[in-house]
Design a binder for this molecule. Structure first.
Ligand code: CAA
Length: 291
């Protein structure tokens, strides 16, 4: 069964990037959200990001237009039922994802592959809430999706070989590279990245360094494109905290306990770039460290 149409659930940071790269690779994309304003904002973001690729001679103007023409939006989850592949990229909360799958499953074609872009939640557990654990996989894109080369592929305990191979082929058609991870908390990228970010927040919390010195040290000392605190703001501090909690609870090891300062920022609603304040204050240009 070939994959030609793709449904994307969630029009946020990850969902709009995923819709962008699939439409650019020639797939017909239906993007769903519960909020029309979020769908409108996603379309205008995709348009702007395609424009950026045109201005850097990465793609032609015609490609950008054809990409936009291949994306449609809907507030009705059931409209995704006819697609060949569904990618869930909603909020990183298990109850939200489980409810989406429960509502979607009755409308799906028998052949449809179901995936989640979850960055840490058990694929086997999510799959068990659907009618097709053998056609269910973790399909984890990195942010910003149009730029990052990697897609993590996570097989649940029941995922069949055909589904895995089909998704591997999809990653190739997107022009990206896959890395396969076993289904354990936070998989590969976040199992390694999040404890580093959490340790950077501890370094700040204990007064070892300021925001500026921690980020400079890691950018210039280890050639990372962003410092860990700048990267945490970019990912979203609520997402970082949610992933640390999954590691802490899933592996039952105190080395994964989230830093209290990370929790405090999230409780304040200082979630990073998306709320204009996190370890930096983005209401000023250039952004100013908040500690
Ligand atoms: N869409 C399309 N193109 C984009 C883009 C977007 N959203 N954002 C950036 N670009 C392009 C730019 O056009 C530019 O293209 P050229 O190389 O052709 O000039 C290129 O990306 C670099 O962008 P900029 O020059 O604007 O900025 P930069 O050099 O500072 O790079 C960055 C920005 C790519 C984000 C870089 O800072 C970076 O790689 N940061 C680290 C990102 C990272 O680690 N992501 C993974 C996070 S973890 C994750 O996602 C997993 C999870 O579950 C939490």
């Amino acid at each position: 069964m070939s994959i030609n149409t793709v449904g994307v659930i969630g029009a946020g940071q990850m969902g709009n990037g995923i819709a962008h790269v699939f439409a650019l690779a020639g797939y017909d994309v239906v993007m769903n959200d519960i909020d029309q304003a979020a769908l409108d904002a996603a379309l205008s973001l995709i348009d702007g990001n395609l424009e950026r690729q045109v201005s850097r001679d990465k793609i032609s103007k015609e490609d950008a237009q054809a990409t936009m023409d291949r994306i449609s939006t809907t507030l009705v989850l059931a409209d995704l039922g006819k697609t060949d592949l569904v990618i869930e990229a909603a909020t990183e909360r298990e109850s939200v994802k489980a409810k989406i799958f429960e509502d979607l499953v009755p409308h799906l074609e028998p052949h449809t592959i179901l995936t989640s872009n979850t960055s840490s939640i058990s694929i086997t557990r999510l799959a068990s809430r659907t009618d097709r654990p053998e056609k269910f996989m973790g399909f984890h894109f990195m942010n910003p999706v149009p730029v990052m080369q990697l897609v993590e592929l996570i097989r649940g305990i029941a995922t069949d070989d055909e589904t895995y191979q089909q998704l591997k082929d999809v990653v190739d058609r997107l022009g990206k590279t896959s890395a396969t991870a076993e289904d354990f908390p936070a998989f590969i990228v976040n199992r390694i990245l999040m404890p580093m970010i959490n340790e950077a927040v501890y370094t700040l919390y204990e007064g070892v360094g300021s925001v500026a010195s921690i980020d400079s040290a890691m950018k210039l000392g280890t050639n990372h494109p962003m410092g860990p605190l700048e990267l945490a703001d970019f990912i979203g501090l609520d997402t970082c905290l949610a992933i640390m909690n999954v590691l802490h609870e899933g592996l039952a090891d105190t080395k994964y306990r989230p830093c209290p300062l990370l929790t405090k920022y999230v409780e304040a609603g200082w979630l990073g770039r998306k709320s204009e304040r996190g370890f930096y204050d983005y209401r000023q240009d250039p952004p100013v460290p908040t500690r």
